[in-house]
Design a binder for this molecule. Structure first.
Ligand SMILES: *Cc1c(COP(=O)(O)O)cnc(C)c1O
Length: 225
C-alpha cells in the first residue's frame, strides 16, 4: 500500500468515526481530496486508491491537471474551492462540476451567462466570510440570504450549498455552527467546511463535505494564493 493510500484510508476512517460520534451515518460526509500544488501523479495515485472527488483552487492549474483525466476517468467529480475571477468564469463552467466560491453579483452574472452559453449546470455554493475578514473572499454572514435571493431571482441561478474557511488561528467551531445555522435556515443541502486541521470539528457541526489536502498528500512546498 502506498503512503498516499494509507493517508487516504486513515482520513476516511477518521471521517467515519467523527460522523458516528455526531450520530450521523458515514455516507453523510463526502471527502474532497484537495490536490492544489500537487502533480498529476498524486491525483492518479488517489484515483488508484478509489478517490473520485477532488478540489482545486486555481482554474488554470485545474485545467492542466484534470482535462486529460476527464476522458480516462469519466466519473471524476471536480470542485473549485478557490477564488474565481470573472474573466475565468467560462473556463470554470467548462471544467468544474461544483463551483464553491460564488461571492459577488458580477460573478453570478458571468456564471449565469456562461452556463447558458455552454448549456452546462455546475452546482453552485456561496462562499461565506464567517470571520468578516477584510482580506478574505466571501459574503458576510448577514448578507448571505439577500445574495442568495439575488442569485436566484436576478440571475436565475440555483444555489445548493455554502462553503467557508474560518479565520486562521481561531477556534473554528463557532464559525462552523454559524454556517450550519445558515444552511438550515436557507434550506441548502450542501455544507462544505473543514480542512486537514479541523475536519472532525466541522463534521460534528454538520459539514456534508470536508476539503482535505495536507493530511492526504503531505505538505505543500509552494503556497498558493
Ligand atoms: C488548500 C485548501 C484546503 C485544504 O487544506 P489542507 O489544510 O491542506 O487540508 C481546503 N480548502 C481550501 C479553500 C483550500 O484552499
Amino acid at each position: 500500500m502506498t503512503e498516499l493510500s494509507q493517508n487516504l484510508y486513515a482520513v476516511q476512517a477518521q471521517i467515519a468515526q467523527a460522523a458516528a460520534q455526531a450520530g450521523r451515518v458515514p455516507d453523510s460526509v463526502r471527502l474532497i481530496a484537495v490536490t492544489k500544488t500537487h502533480p498529476e501523479e498524486a491525483v492518479l495515485d488517489a484515483i488508484a486508491a478509489g478517490q473520485r472527488l477532488f478540489g482545486e483552487n486555481r482554474v488554470q492549474e485545474a485545467i492542466t491537471k484534470y482535462m486529460p483525466l476527464r476522458e480516462t476517468c469519466p466519473d471524476l467529480e471536480l470542485h473549485l474551492i478557490g477564488p474565481l475571477q470573472t474573466n475565468k468564469a467560462g473556463e470554470a463552467v467548462a471544467l468544474f462540476d461544483v463551483i464553491q466560491t460564488l461571492d459577488r453579483p458580477k460573478l453570478a452574472e458571468a456564471l449565469a451567462r456562461e452556463m447558458k452559453k455552454q448549456n452546462r449546470t455546475p452546482r453552485l455554493y456561496i462562499e461565506v466570510n464567517t470571520g468578516n475578514e477584510p482580506q478574505k473572499a466571501g459574503v458576510a454572514p448577514y448578507e448571505v440570504e439577500d445574495f442568495l435571493l439575488e442569485c436566484e431571482g436576478k440571475y436565475g441561478l440555483k444555489i445548493t450549498g455554502l462553503m467557508c474557511v474560518p479565520p486562521f488561528n481561531e477556534d473554528p467551531a463557532p464559525h462552523f455552527k454559524l454556517m450550519s445555522g445558515l444552511a438550515h435556515k436557507l434550506h441548502l443541502p450542501h455544507l462544505s467546511m473543514g480542512m486537514s486541521s479541523d475536519y472532525e470539528t466541522a463534521i460534528a457541526c454538520g459539514a456534508t463535505e470536508v476539503r482535505v489536502g495536507t493530511a492526504i498528500f503531505g505538505s505543500r512546498e509552494i503556497q498558493p494564493r
